[in-house]
Design a protein around this ligand. Structure first.
Ligand SMILES: NC(=O)c1ccc[n+]([C@@H]2O[C@H](COP(=O)([O-])OP(=O)(O)OC[C@H]3O[C@@H](n4cnc5c(N)ncnc54)[C@H](OP(=O)(O)O)[C@@H]3O)[C@@H](O)[C@H]2O)c1
Length: 325
């Protein structure tokens, strides 16, 4: 943070941030000075140590969600954070200055590609103690998505067969581990180079989606977690039997096709959850779940981080480091 004094003597507090002023390609990301965000009465201000990078960041950068979320510009991207609480709002209890926290903040607000971010106190949870900030910033959005898809929506049960598409990705790498922990039989798709990785994470069966059609080699799946959409989702319907569930994070499954199979499902958007972040932190700290880091970039190199994410080939998570570890 830099403190400037205006000609009138008023103190102007500034910070470094990655912002966009218009929707566009990677060039739209600008590393610049931005005003220090002020917490409201229910908020905390977090000194960002690291910010996770997710595909939604570049989708928003490109304007993909502009109809749903009409952001005022300039917009600070990034909805995954690990850091230290630096200021608390007047009505906040249970979170204190100096707490190390992690969060998936509200996507309708300015994000965490910055030295500071303001987050609702109800949306931060204690950071997993066993993780560095870089690792912790990789967790909230992807892990909450996997958790909510498997447990809140699909109600995955012990002994059920679950197909996790894109098991080597951010969401998939957590989904495999959560499903295994819950006692499910886990099947994951990835490319051949990632077979050993997804098996290490807990996959009981692996399908190389590039050399095999998963619907030709699998049957009787109780739950599909779809992170790919399109024809991958289409081809997943044939695996569903009576009582099966297909939940997607990228496209709404056809209700008639679900009904024809006797199945149910839908599309969902991940929601912030302090309670679920707490449960996920426990699984991480007891060694049940590990965090897979693909790469770490300095905040100023967000363009390179987005380019990496946009390849669709990340193994686990991409992180922007704001405070060097
Ligand atoms: N609705 C929501 O709330 C929500 C929340 C989170 C994420 N999402 C969306 O979910 C999608 C996945 O997110 P993510 O963070 O997991 O992405 P990611 O980490 O960028 O996914 C990369 C992984 O996808 C794998 N992959 C690519 N094409 C594949 C295919 N056809 N079949 C199987 N695996 C494939 C790659 O594996 P290989 O290199 O082995 O091919 C790579 O490991 C994104 O579109 C994201 O925007 C939505």
């Amino acid at each position: 943070m830099v403190i400037h004094t205006s000609q009138t003597g008023r103190i102007l507090q500034r910070m470094k941030a990655i912002r966009i002023h218009n929707y566009g390609d990677g060039e739209a990301l600008v590393y610049e000075d931005a005003p220090l965000p002020e917490p409201g009465p229910e908020d905390v201000r977090v000194r960002v140590h690291a910010a996770g990078v997710n595909p939604v960041d570049w989708k928003i950068r490109e304007g993909y969600l502009s109809a749903m979320l009409p952001y005022p510009m300039p917009l600070t991207l990034g909805w995954d954070v690990s850091g230290v609480v630096e200021q608390v709002g007047a009505n906040v209890s249970g979170v204190s200055i100096g707490d190390a926290v992690y969060s998936r903040p509200d996507i309708a607000r300015n994000g965490a590609y910055a030295q500071y971010v303001v987050v609702r106190a109800s949306e931060v949870a204690p950071k997993p103690g066993s993780l560095s900030h870089n690792e912790a910033a990789a967790v909230p959005l992807a892990a909450l998505t996997a958790w909510q898809g498997l447990f809140d929506h699909a109600k995955l049960g012990k002994g059920e067969r679950v197909l996790v598409h894109a098991g080597a990705g951010g969401v998939g790498s957590f989904a495999i581990q959560f499903a295994k922990w819950a006692g499910a039989h886990v099947i994951a798709t990835a490319s051949a180079a990632n077979e050993s990785l997804v098996r290490e994470l807990g996959a009981d069966e692996f399908v190389d989606y590039r050399s095999q059609r998963f619907e030709d080699v699998l049957e009787n799946v109780d739950v599909v977690l779809d992170t790919i959409g399109g024809e991958t989702q289409e081809r997943s319907f044939s695996l569903l039997g009576d009582g099966a569930r297909l939940f997607s994070v990228v496209g709404t499954p056809d209700a008639d096709k679900l009904a024809a199979a006797g199945a149910s499902g839908g599309m969902f958007m991940v929601q912030p959850s302090r309670d679920e972040l707490g449960r996920i932190a426990s699984l991480i700290d007891e060694g049940t779940v590990r965090v897979l880091i693909d790469s770490v970039f300095p905040l100023s190199e967000a363009r390179a981080a987005h380019a990496k994410s946009q390849t669709g080939r990340a193994r686990g998570k991409i992180v922007l480091e704001v405070v060097a570890e």
